[in-house]
Design a protein around this ligand. Structure first.
Ligand code: IPE
Ligand code: IPE
Ligand code: MG
Length: 238
């Protein structure tokens, strides 16, 4: 009975699109005297379980920040480790397919290793018919980089400057076929966007928490959504 009540509350006003900054893997590992790689492995598990749960509750879009354009600054060993976790994940996307989850990637994928690009293409193709949750993985993603790419495309199109509207920009972003995020979740105790979806988040609601990403559980998503339900989105109106 209580379970039913809890679920009912969650289903009442689900955001259409939730974006998550999956942060805190390194600190989670440090707290346990483990290498940072163990934190990234645990974070990857959390991602899978949260995506499954989001699909179960009927969410339409989930966009997760997996690797930013700034994360290349990290030691090569750590970058390689993150890319290897991604490889493992992409080799095992059958489970997602079985769950009717669509997988898409956003970011500048052109600089990634060839084998990863191939795996991404395959995962996107294999899941393209899914009708459940759409998961967007932001990889080598940066909001400013995305806007630069959009501006280049717009200029190349030869459009007259006076014809450029907000829609022109939106239509040329990596997220052109995804609605703007309603709700942005950042665990790990940081209060910033770190270059995530900076154009798209103009009117998003935010939820911050000290939980480190590997410790993030479906109940935390419930808590966040409950909070979202109490927000009054005015978009500049009254
Ligand atoms: C997020 O966790 C994962 C990536 C940025 C790839 P971090 O690795 O940033 O973890 P902290 O912030 O150091 O704890
Ligand atoms: C943001 O986390 C990027 C991802 C979670 C992929 P960071 O750990 O890179 O962000 P900063 O450096 O704390 O702002
Ligand atoms: Mg971090």
């Amino acid at each position: 009975m209580s379970l039913f009540k809890k679920q009912k509350k969650t289903f009442d006003n689900l955001p259409t699109h939730i974006a998550i900054i999956m942060d805190g893997n390194g600190r989670w590992a440090k707290k346990r005297s483990l290498p940072r790689s163990a934190g990234h492995a645990a974070g990857s598990k959390t991602f899978k379980s949260i995506a499954r749960y989001a699909n179960k509750i009927g969410l339409k879009y989930l966009t997760v920040y997996a690797f930013s354009t700034e994360n290349w600054k990290r030691p090569k060993e750590e970058v390689d480790n993150i890319m290897n976790i991604l490889r493992d994940y992409l080799l095992d996307t059958d489970s997602f397919k079985n769950e009717n989850i669509m997988l898409r990637f956003i970011g500048d994928l052109t600089v990634l290793d060839e084998d990863i690009k191939e795996l991404i293409k395959k995962a996107e193709k294999d899941s393209s018919e899914a009708t459940g949750l759409r998961v967007n993985i932001a990889l080598n993603y940066g909001g400013r980089d995305e806007i630069v790419h959009a501006v280049r495309r717009i200029v190349e199109s030869g459009i007259k400057p006076e014809k450029i509207t907000e829609d022109t920009i939106s239509e040329n972003l990596y997220t052109h076929d995804i609605p703007d995020p309603d709700f942005i979740i950042r665990p790990s105790g940081e209060y910033r966007l770190s270059n995530y979806l900076i154009w798209q988040s103009a009117y998003a609601e935010y939820w911050f928490s000290d939980i480190l990403w590997p410790d993030f559980k479906p109940k935390h998503l419930d808590m966040a959504i409950e909070d979202y339900n109490n927000r009054n989105r005015r978009y500049g109106g009254i």
